[in-house]
Design a protein around this ligand. Structure first.
Ligand SMILES: C[S@@+](CC[C@H](N)C(=O)[O-])C[C@H]1O[C@@H](n2cnc3c(N)ncnc32)[C@H](O)[C@@H]1O
Length: 258
């Protein structure tokens, strides 16, 4: 595992676990939707540091975690040495033996280069009748955060940030699934305002974690003032008496391979 997958982000696995553990903590309803049975074979796509992979294993399933980030996979292997993890790109992976289910939390919107290629790989990884259970950002996800970023970038004379995410509407993603050989059994689209409990600098911390590559293109002396401006712009919508809240919108689905 001495390589990085081109075009994917370098993650700070330690900061992800310490300040953004809410991402996997919100995965409990998705685990219930997966409902893994003892002995089932489950693939966790975009597994990150493996928190949910371990929960799937704890329910008795045989699970493999795949992630494009070497740092994430190394962190997962260190935390859960008994589990199986590998570095791989969701757009281009194959498995030796088909799985009963593919699970994915908060990761499909990062696989934005070619969503149909991802769906096709998932299909190939499943046995007929196997299920694809996932949650991702949906259309409108983080709209206030993104709007604050775009405005701040513009005010500082920077080119519009090229956002790395794919946030589809329910209809758009359902169509991709249907065309990709799946039957959609359940599809939910909902707001999930999410407290940024471990982010004292609010929106700025969120941008540093999830939009790091965009900041690398900003002259270093501008990064701090730019992020302060993001906070000022985002505060009216996202800063509450109880603290910062990210305006997450989620798409959660259960689909079955035809
Ligand atoms: C927000 S994290 C979610 C991690 C984990 N599922 C969780 O619930 O904590 C998104 C993950 O998707 C992974 N990812 C992004 N693009 C990917 C790709 N093309 N193939 C595989 N994994 C990818 C990232 O490396 C990252 O670990």
């Amino acid at each position: 595992m001495r390589y990085e997958i081109p075009g994917t982000m370098r993650w700070n696995a330690q900061a992800y676990d310490s300040s953004f553990g809410y991402v996997s903590a919100h995965g409990a309803p998705l685990l219930d939707l997966l409902d893994p049975k003892p002995g089932e074979r489950v693939l966790d796509l975009g597994c990150g540091t493996g928190v949910l992979t371990a929960e799937i294993a704890a329910r008795g399933a045989h699970v493999l975690g795949i992630d494009a980030s070497r740092a994430m996979i190394e962190a997962a292997m260190a935390k859960y040495p008994g589990l199986e993890f590998t570095v791989g790109d969701a757009h281009d992976f194959t498995v030796a033996h088909p799985y009963d289910a593919v699970f994915s939390n908060a990761a499909l919107h990062w696989m934005s280069r070619d969503p149909d290629a991802v769906i096709s790989c998932v299909r190939m990884a499943l046995r007929p009748g196997g299920r694809f259970i996932a949650e991702m950002g949906g259309a409108g996800n983080c709209a206030s955060l993104i709007s604050a970023m775009k405005t701040a970038w513009r005010e500082y004379g920077l080119p519009e940030p090229e956002l790395p995410w794919y946030f589809p509407t329910p209809a758009e993603y359902a169509l991709r699934l249907e065309r990709g050989g799946f039957t959609v059994r359940l599809l939910e689209y909902f707001d999930r305002p999410t407290p940024l409990t471990e982010c004292p600098n609010g929106a700025a911390d969120w941008v540093r974690m999830f939009a790091g590559p965009l900041l690398q293109r900003v002259p270093p002396e501008l990064v701090d003032p730019l992020l302060r401006r993001v906070n000022e712009l985002a505060a009216p919508a996202l800063r509450h008496e109880s603290g910062w809240m990210a305006d997450y919108v989620r798409l959660r689905f259960a689909a079955q391979r035809r």
